[in-house]
Design a binder for this molecule. Sequence first.
Ligand code: FES
Length: 578
Amino acid sequence: MLTKSEQFVRAASLAELEASERLVVSLEGHTVVLFFHQGQVHAVDNRCPHMGFPLHRGTLKEGILTCHWHHARFDLASGGTFDQFADDVRCYPVQVRDGEVWVDLSPRGDPRAHQRARLRDGLEHVINLVIAKAVVSLVDLGEDAAEPFRIGLDFGTLNNCRGWGPGLTMHTAFVNLQPYLDPDDRPRALFKGLTAVAWESRGKAPRFQLRPLPNSKTDPRTLKQWFRQFVEVRDDEGAERCIVSAVRAGADHREMTDLLFAAATDHRFIASGHVVDFTNKALEALDVAGWEHAEQILSSLASGFASASRAEEANQWRHPIDLVALLETAFDALPAAVEAGRSNRGTWVRSDEFVATLLGDEPQAIVDGLLGALRDGATETELAAAVAYAAALRIARFHTSNEFGDWDTALHTFSFAHAVHMGLRRSPSTELVRGVFDGAMSVYLDRFLNIPPAPLPGADGAAAAAPGELQALLDRQQQVNPAGAVVGRYLASGADPAPLLAMLCKVLLREDRDFHSIQTLEACVREFELAKGTPGAAHFLVAAARYMAAHFPTVRSQEQIYQIAVRLHRGEKLYEEA
Ligand code: FES
């Protein structure tokens, strides 16, 4: 019978342990292996911290315990591991009293601090399972999603000399999706984002952030002018110093939005839209992490601005129609058009004819339509929402006979148009409205992807679909139209969109990370939320389902790793008995 003495619990007789050299004992729910080694008694958690293999079946030699499954090694005295893919194993304090072995089962340290440290280990050493285990544990301990998000953001913006990239963008997209997820999927989404950051930083030199100008009294307006000038000549250091100086001088998120997006739209559709998309995501990341991180986060964007390709250099933007010249003429007319429409604001309604013009094959008519809408009272955000909708329709009506890579052509336009929309919602400016026109020209360039247009699903008389149908559909390849039909029929029935949103996220999360699928779903969900109740809102989710159906299923290796972490956390046994 076990007897207690304060935190200590009697575990075995010393004579019995000396005779067998190792004993497995069950102590108040803990399975502990006792070792008698080199004249000392040790008590160790019998579950290997890597994947739970019983350590009493390991090898003990010269003070090092080796697990037999993946050969993780542990210092028997401290429990510290020599293999970062595992974790330190718990060693319990031991006392020998009157020929009896006593083990101290009192709880150890701060479990949250331990799991945060393990999360950083996983990020530094790019170990998916360590990241998964840390996230699952932190969420179970009640940690807010913002904390592991912040750890990943901090790591990713300091440990990649190339600055902000797709990994940090995915990380932010996943945290944005948190409110739409089933509770079980919330740590899964964090895991996916964090591993994206870890893999993006892998093998990269660190990024050394520049300091702000010393004691600068330069106002944000001048810094904005300098920033645009430095980006123009591709000077990333000058550009970065302007960013950090503006933040240090007290520029708020609207002023920084204005500074960044002005430079991002000084040239046409730079980096196929990625700079605008990344800038929007960095600002959204600060919404979650807090503005006090602005210098570090926003400065990571500078090199992307300076190195971006410019659509002025792309043949399709110059020939056979010089879209750049057409746009520059329109931009000259922009301030007057905005001013003319100011008194009519609140009265403009997006018409089917307007959308048809945006989807048409007359670039001059598209530009005239946009300027006309501004004169008629359309706000910058209403105009941006209309172009984002037209861009989503390119995906919703993408014909499957197109070349597969063209899904991404349509996605790049939509992702850009969405980011412009979000930027204008944050801080409307005439400069960023140029991005609306750029997005519209890219929608025009993508017109061949809808020839012929795939029919839009909706109320087709068929029975209402259940969101769960998507799971079985997306187990098979190329279920593009059936997946779109499930979404269309479900929303046409007037059912609550929340279960559908959760299901779309679920089918995304079980797949291996795909940057463009993540971008598509997150942008479609955000646009759907803003458009909810208006005609065409369903088409955003139809677009998302069709895009994902074209790209799924993947191998789902990341899901397998995540499932291992969950099962270990529950205390399940993963190894097969011999
Ligand atoms: S090394 Fe022990 S379970 Fe993998």
